[in-house]
Design a protein around this ligand. Structure first.
Ligand SMILES: NC(=O)c1ccc[n+]([C@@H]2O[C@H](COP(=O)([O-])OP(=O)(O)OC[C@H]3O[C@@H](n4cnc5c(N)ncnc54)[C@H](OP(=O)(O)O)[C@@H]3O)[C@@H](O)[C@H]2O)c1
Length: 477
């Protein structure tokens, strides 16, 4: 630690992302642990009507800064707010501020980023990739530069089972991507996004991975560090244990889910049975949540989960995970039956959640699962249930339930009609099973066989039946 204190002594620092979760902890740590640190310039954008100086006041009033306010209140005066915006050219800094940075700063820590996984590609590139280029242009002009630290993420390389300390080949050319983001309209880019992302799962990991290449290319002759945290949760001990200020991504999932799980385990008497403390149970549950958040994507393609080697999962546990992930509530699925599985309807899921009393997150998972299963098997020939079993490794009964949903969607069964409103999912399931068993093409060994298509003769019979019914009506009149 003494080397660290010495290193920062007398140095002026420039920090982006200081108002974020990691940034606040960094600010506090620098002020408390390195008493001789020089000025800390923090780039802040005005937000919710608050100017950067007011934002600094709010940050330093947090309980996180209790020790500093008590022991060294003057230290916060070292924080110098600079108005800017990393998504703008030149980081939106004034010419004067830029000059001050270039002439006086020796340590730069770039932590600002949009960390939303589902940001549109355009804004994510402009912020995470172009923003990094813009800071590199300033860093390149710094006369006293000692180090530039770029806060990246391990998940830049989540397409690899093992990540070493190297910058892997790029998924795209960052210069081209910036130019595309600057010139192509947002709608077109949204349509192209899945193709552009290549092997990466979202715009966050993609744009952060390009940012590493910006740093590598523009910082080749500079003292640069790329720091790749994985999942950062609350503080362990300093300035006090358990500080956290957000419920982003895994943290939200972990806190919400883990506290519920710990309560359930506690009620079941796990602490008494095992002699473990509640903290130990909580820590174990958090570990499981962390692993789960890493492997959730693999659950979208269960055969991949079965093949992968990164997670050692017993076959029995794997089966349980898949089954639980794909389970659905009758009430939720009844609401989805007959609706287009479009993004517009996904947005309306809060109504479904309210009506069915099922958590919105769960409704979304169920919606996405049904959509995924439908997309994979809708055009496949052969038994729909068998296709679902093969492609999603689901147990027989669950595959049959999905089979009924797919069948109802394929034959465009008008389940939303007013007259049918009283019917529940089990009613439709029963109908779908009966129709599939008696009135679709039966397996005659031909590759053309398809049990989501109604038998033509059955349809002709239906038509004749309708004529007869009409005639009977006429007769009665
Ligand atoms: N937390 C983790 O588990 C984790 C894991 C791996 C890597 N990381 C990396 O660590 C860094 C910080 O993450 P975090 O968890 O602290 O995220 P965070 O709490 O969401 O903070 C993001 C920071 O970036 C700033 N920012 C966003 N857009 C900006 C813009 N246009 N101009 C200026 N500032 C902008 C935010 O400022 P406002 O207050 O104005 O919004 C905020 O200070 C990120 O680079 C992230 O990729 C985090």
């Amino acid at each position: 630690m003494s080397g660290v204190i010495e290193f920062f002594g007398g140095q002026n620092i420039f920090v982006t992302g200081a108002s974020g979760f990691l940034g606040k902890v960094l600010l506090e740590m620098l002020l408390r642990s390195c008493p001789d640190v020089g000025k800390i310039f923090v780039l802040l954008r005005p937000k919710k009507g608050k100017e950067p100086s007011e934002r600094v006041k709010n940050i330093t009033s947090l309980p996180l800064f209790d020790i500093i306010r008590r022991e060294n209140p003057e230290a916060v005066k070292k924080i110098v707010p600079l108005a800017g915006d990393c998504a703008q050219l030149g980081l939106g800094l004034s010419a004067t501020d830029r000059q001050i940075l270039e002439e006086t700063v020796s340590i730069v820590i770039h932590a600002a980023a949009t960390v939303r996984f589902d940001d549109p590609l355009k804004s994510a590139v402009l912020m995470n990739t172009r923003g990094t280029r813009e800071i590199m242009m300033i860093v390149r002009n710094m006369k006293k530069l000692k180090v530039f630290v770029h806060v990246s993420t391990t998940y830049c390389n989540c397409d690899r089972p093992v990540v070493h300390e190297v910058v892997y080949p790029p998924h795209a050319d960052w210069k081209e991507m910036i130019s595309i983001a600057e010139h192509v309209d947002e709608h077109t880019l949204n349509v192209l996004t899945p193709k552009i992302l290549c092997k990466l799962p979202n715009t966050y990991t993609f744009t952060k991975s390009l940012a590493e290449h910006v740093v590598k290319d523009l910082g080749e002759d500079l003292p640069v560090v790329i720091f790749r945290p994985s999942i950062v949760i609350s503080t362990l001990s300093e300035p006090f244990p358990g500080w956290i200020d957000n419920f982003n991504g895994p943290v939200g999932l972990m806190i919400a889910g883990a506290s519920e799980a710990v309560t359930a385990l506690h009620q079941r008497g796990v602490t008494q049975q095992t002699g473990a403390t509640l903290e130990l149970v909580a820590s174990d549950v958090l570990d499981h949540y962390r692993t789960y958040s890493l492997l959730e994507r693999l659950l979208h393609n269960p055969p991949k989960l079965a093949e992968q080697l990164a997670f050692q999962i017993e076959p029995q546990t794997r089966r349980l995970l898949i089954e639980k992930y794909y389970e659905f509530d009758d009430a939720v699925i009844r609401e989805l039956l007959g609706k287009k599985l479009s993004s517009r309807h996904r947005k309306d899921l809060d109504e479904v959640s309210e009506k069915t009393c099922v958590l919105l997150k769960s409704c979304r998972r169920q919606f996405d699962n049904v959509k995924r299963v439908f997309k994979v098997v809708e055009d496949m020939q052969g038994s729909v249930v068998q296709n679902i079993k093969n492609n999603f490794l689901l147990p027989e009964e669950l595959a049959r339930r999905y089979g009924a949903v797919v069948f109802i969607a394929c034959i465009k069964f008008e389940t939303s009609k007013k007259k049918l409103q009283y019917l529940t999912f089990p009613d439709f399931y029963h109908c779908a099973q009966s129709i599939m068993a008696s009135w679709t093409y039966v397996d005659n060994g031909s590759p053309e066989y398809d049990d989501t298509e109604l038998d033509r003769e059955f349809l002709l019979d239906l038509r004749e039946l309708r004529v007869l019914l009409d005639k009977e009506k006429e007769h009665k009149q």
